[in-house]
Design a binder for this molecule. Structure first.
Ligand code: MN3
Length: 202
């Protein structure tokens, strides 16, 4: 069984003006597609076709081809699901708000810390909110296509792609403006649903 490039649940122009249509199209049909193709070639060679992407990532972190392309495949799948067109009434669940406030003092402070981590990450990578192995919400960034599942850091809750390909056409060097825009298109209902499921399985 091979991995498929997912179909997005919204159009490429649906995230305008926060993320532009051309960036979305290139990001999905070129970048994500090439991670998917490279991953499929690698799992064929290594005979890993019967495993889930999570299993493959956890068990093959020392293989740079799997780490980079498996990570790229997984991270973008995750990212497309936690963003959506801006709508009213799209807010985090009560349980997620309570846990964020308990951990970071306030929702505003959480946003500030997350944004700072994303802005200050040097070079290509991702910013994450994840549930660490001690069941605590944690904010950190990872290099390249790494993610919290690797090295058993924890379970991803929110991801933000800070590679230049994610924002350069509209924002050029102004990563801070892209990160500011990101808060308008977060799919809180999907994130909250996922978060509550993770917590109920613990
Ligand atoms: Mn990307």
């Amino acid at each position: 069984m091979y991995f498929k490039l997912p179909i997005l649940s919204y159009k490429y122009n649906a995230l305008e003006p926060y993320i532009d249509s051309m960036t979305m199209e290139i990001h999905h049909t070129k970048h994500h597609a090439s991670y998917t193709l490279n991953l499929n070639n690698a799992i064929k060679e290594l005979n890993l076709c019967e495993q889930s992407i999570e299993q493959i990532l956890k068990k093959n972190i020392d293989n740079p081809t799997i780490r980079n392309n498996g990570g790229g495949y997984y991270n973008h799948n995750f990212f497309w699901k936690i963003i959506c067109p801006k709508t009213k009434n799209n807010i985090p669940s009560e349980s997620l708000i309570v846990d964020i406030n308990n951990k970071f003092g306030s929702f505003e402070n959480f946003k500030k810390i997350f944004s700072n981590v994303a802005i200050k990450h040097f070079g290509s990578g991702w910013a994450w909110l994840y549930l660490n192995v001690n069941n605590e919400l944690t904010i950190n960034s990872t290099i390249n296509q790494d993610n919290p599942l690797m090295d058993n850091m924890g379970i991803p809750i929110i991801a933000l792609d800070v590679w230049e390909h994610a924002y350069y056409l509209r924002y050029q060097n102004r990563r801070n403006e892209y990160i500011e825009a990101f808060w308008n298109i977060i799919n809180w209902s999907e994130i909250s649903k996922n978060y509550d499921l993770i917590k109920s399985n613990k």
